[in-house]
Design a protein around this ligand. Structure first.
Ligand code: NAD
Ligand code: MG
Ligand code: MG
Ligand code: MG
Ligand code: MG
Ligand code: MG
Length: 340
């Protein structure tokens, strides 16, 4: 069983006695910075000169410096720019501002696991990775709760890196929910696999094929959209609440029987074999290399793939249907608190 740390296992004063730089102010960046600040931690933001996030961070009362100055001032540097620019940001603005005893932190192990970033001697390398989008990390913290985190230590130069990471996790609210210890390798490979094979890649393409099969057989696109996309959320909510078993308990017997007899016809053992191929490409660095090479030449393949996928007919149907819901929700006759 994985070891889980809670509030009592972490000492907030450790991170309160350090100075933290959060590099980047996007989804994760804003949540880490604001939660740490509200936990009494000395935090500054590092951003590029022209960054559009600068005004936002300043409006929220945070001090914004250049990335180099933030890294120089701080002794814990959390790197929260997009993964594909972290190595460049690190080499240009962070590396030369690190001293022995400093720590560099990540919320995903990609650049360390695949060797795009190499830390200088004497610097702790650790991870605090919330298992949720940044906006949820902030919202839960403000509500007095937290989003679970993963922590990992790649280099323990100080001998205190795990306690430092746990303290940081406490500062962003993670130990309120539970913090699981992992390694950079396990977090990176399982995260990439989960999003590619199941959560994002697997799910998106399953839904698209379901929509195509129904509409090509003459069913109305609006009906197909409800059956293969809209209802997904209800099913996923049940799975998260009580596993696949609760989801199967809640659906009709007809649906449950259909799951058992038709599910394995669609998702057969060949799917598992191809998932294993995907995992191998992740482990061997083949996926990382393809992603980073495309990014280095301007992200041409990425842009082409995005443009192609956006044209799938399910998107047109979905936009139309969702705008109907939005119209219902903004009904002028309805004022909150006055209904019924
Ligand atoms: P993001 O895309 O939301 O934000 C990145 C921020 O970095 C931008 O807002 C900007 O301030 C800055 N930035 C962008 N390009 C830059 C550049 N070229 N140079 C310098 N700064 C630049 O990023 P994110 O989704 O918060 O991801 C940050 C890290 O957190 C990644 O390692 C990611 O894997 C990890 N992570 C993200 C989530 C999530 O919910 N999005 C969840 C867990 C872990
Ligand atoms: Mg420093
Ligand atoms: Mg990921
Ligand atoms: Mg993930
Ligand atoms: Mg149905
Ligand atoms: Mg049932």
């Amino acid at each position: 069983m994985a070891k889980i740390y809670y509030n009592d296992d972490a000492d907030l004063s450790i991170i309160q006695n350090r100075s933290v730089a959060v590099i980047g102010y996007g989804s994760q960046g804003h949540a880490h910075a604001l939660n740490l600040r509200d936990s009494g931690v000395d935090v500054r933001i590092g951003l590029n000169e022209g960054s559009t996030s600068r005004a936002k961070a300043e409006a929220q009362g945070l001090r914004v410096l250049s990335i180099a100055d933030a890294a120089k001032e701080a002794d814990v540097i959390m790197i929260l720019t997009p993964d594909q620019v972290q190595a460049q940001v690190f080499n240009e603005s962070i590396k030369d501002n690190l001293e022995e005893g400093d720590a560099i932190f990540f919320a995903h192990g990609f650049n360390i696991r695949f060797g795009y970033i190499e830390a200088p001697e004497g610097v702790d390398v650790a991870m605090v990775a919330p298992k949720g989008p940044g906006h949820t990390v902030r919202r839960e913290f403000e509500a007095g709760r937290g989003v679970p985190d993963l922590v990992a230590v790649e280099v323990d130069a100080s001998g205190q890196a795990l306690q430092l990471a746990l303290s940081y996790a406490k500062g962003i609210g993670g130990t309120r929910a539970g913090v699981i210890e992992t390694t950079f390798t396990e977090e990176t490979e399982s995260d990439l696999f989960g999003e590619q094979a199941v959560l994002c890649g697997g799910m998106s393409h399953l839904v698209q094929y379901g929509f195509e099969v129904l509409t090509e057989a003459g069913y109305q696109p609006e009906i197909a959209y409800f059956e293969v996309l809209h209802e997904l959320k209800l099913i996923v909510d049940l799975m998260v609440e009580g596993g696949i078993a609760k989801q199967r308990w809640s659906i009709s017997d007809t649906a449950e029987y259909g799951d058992y007899v038709s599910g394995p016809r669609v998702i057969d053992p060949s799917v598992k074999e191809r998932m294993q191929d995907v995992l191998k490409d992740i482990q061997d660095g083949v996926f990382a290399d393809r992603f980073m090479k495309d990014q280095a030449s301007g992200g041409k393949e990425f842009a082409e793939l995005r443009a192609k996928e956006e044209k799938h007919p399910i998107e047109t149907t979905g936009r139309k249907l969702r705008s109907l819901f939005a119209w219902e929700q903004t009904d002028e006759d309805y004022t909150e608190g006055t209904a019924a």
